[in-house]
Design a protein around this ligand. Structure first.
Ligand SMILES: Cc1cc2nc3c(=O)[nH]c(=O)nc-3n(C[C@H](O)[C@H](O)[C@H](O)COP(=O)(O)OP(=O)(O)OC[C@H]3O[C@@H](n4cnc5c(N)ncnc54)[C@H](O)[C@@H]3O)c2cc1C
Length: 376
């Protein structure tokens, strides 16, 4: 029988970060990944490292994660392509301005100051290439972006260097109770451990359901576009309050464009589809916001499979039905920035059953019975 203190299901950024933080606390860890590390959302995302415009419940976690991003090289011995270019969310019309006003009231009311209003002059100075119809923006100067595959692999590499075992490709079956702990059947035999961590991303709902706590997770497939290299013209990551877009230029000059446009995900078949009709609308927004993009050559588009929760925040915390199981899944298309702290939170829970960060809003208990429907 193979044993470990902690068995992690899923080798995305949350599973790899969990493995690293557990090893840093001296716990033995096995990560079971059905494909390969960073194969899914964690390796194909837009790389946005953003606190700007987070759900209020996520802000404390995003702040703590930002502190880890600042020292990412110390943590994983790789700079992960992390650049603090800032992130900007523009208003293009009156609805956008109203959204900014409401957002400022909310964030300032919570006592945060990381989201700053900038008027048109400052915006055009920061992003000279942006269309002059923009009316202003919210700006978080020390947000940025990183290379998603490189980051996720760096977490896995450092966890492995410290002794975590990675089984890939290796599918985990559903955990079952054994004595005071858990057994997880896998393609490479059964593993037993005191604790199991469900970091299975869009597949995390299947693990929760098998433990008797189904959740309304929706597999989604956000789409991305990338262009051929262009001369540098934009530094910060740019989004809009009025339309769905996220826009950044990579250090190599290619422009990476997304913003939450969804296509069809087939998690059972490991497939996500690209719908070119929808991408055509994204291209329209791109040209409106960045006239310099006229004539740019799109070289690739893709979609990744992600788990979305109805309230757009993840499930993080202990199982309500299965003592010794911890969930961390359903990051609803913005879990990359939370990766570094997500693993630390899970390691806290594994080690002591508690964490100093406020994770109550992420409890799986919110989906018990009909309560979530009434609350939403
Ligand atoms: C196109 C796109 C753009 C995005 N842009 C951003 C962004 O800019 N900023 C941001 O913060 N977030 C972004 N996100 C969201 C972010 O990528 C995810 O929230 C995050 O990567 C989730 O990490 P994870 O480890 O929970 O899931 P995943 O990366 O999906 O990892 C879960 C892993 O579990 C494995 N698994 C599942 N079931 C089993 C099983 N039974 N046995 C073994 N292994 C199993 C899967 O194979 C998978 O590798 C984006 C997502 C997409 C798709």
């Amino acid at each position: 029988m193979n044993t470990a203190d902690v068995i992690v299901i899923g080798g995305g950024i949350h599973g790899c970060s969990t493995a690293l933080h557990c090893r840093l606390r001296g716990l033995s860890v096995v990560v079971v990944e059905k494909d390969h590390v960073a194969r899914h959302a964690s390796g194909v995302n837009a790389g946005g490292v953003r606190r700007l415009n987070r759900h209020p419940a996520e802000i404390p976690l995003a702040m703590a994660s930002a502190a880890l991003w600042q020292r990412i090289e110390d943590l994983v011995h790789d700079d992960c392509g992390y650049r603090q270019t800032g992130q900007i969310r523009v208003a293009e019309g009156e609805p956008g301005l109203a959204a900014i006003a409401a957002r400022r009231r909310l964030v300032e009311g919570l006592g945060y100051s990381h989201e700053q209003w900038i008027g048109p002059e400052e915006l055009f100075e920061l992003v000279p290439a942006i269309s002059r119809h923009c009316l202003g923006a919210l700006w978080t100067a020390d947000d940025g972006h990183a290379d998603p595959t490189r980051t996720t692999r760096a977490f896995a590499r450092q966890a492995a260097a410290l002794g975590a075992e990675f089984l890939t490709p290796c599918r985990a079956g559903m955990p079952r109770r054994a004595g005071g702990g858990w057994q997880v059947p896998t393609d490479r035999g059964t593993f037993s451990g005191a604790q199991v961590v469900n970091c299975a991303g869009a597949w995390g709902g299947a693990v929760a359901a098998a433990l008797g706590e189904p959740v309304p997770i929706e597999p989604i497939a956000p789409m991305m576009l990338v262009t051929a290299r262009m001369a540098p013209f934009v530094d910060p990551v740019v989004a809009s309050f009025d339309r769905m877009i996220s826009f950044k230029q990579s250090p190599n000059g290619s422009v990476v464009i997304g913003g939450g446009w969804r296509s069809r995900a087939e998690p059972d078949a490991n497939r996500a589809h690209v719908e070119f009709g929808e991408l055509h609308r994204l291209i329209g927004t791109t040209l409106d916001l960045f006239p310099v993009m006229r004539g740019a050559r799109i070289v690739r588009s893709w979609a990744g499979i992600e788990g979305a929760m109805p309230d757009a925040i993840p499930v993080i915390g202990p199982s309500m039905t299965a003592p010794g199981v911890i969930h961390a899944f359903g990051f609803s298309a913005h879990g990359f920035q939370l990766g570094p702290i997500g693993g630390a939170i899970v390691a806290d829970l594994v080690e002591s059953g508690a964490t100093s960060l406020p994770i109550e809003p992420f409890s799986i208990a919110r989906f018990a019975g009909q309560a979530w429907r009434e609350a939403s």
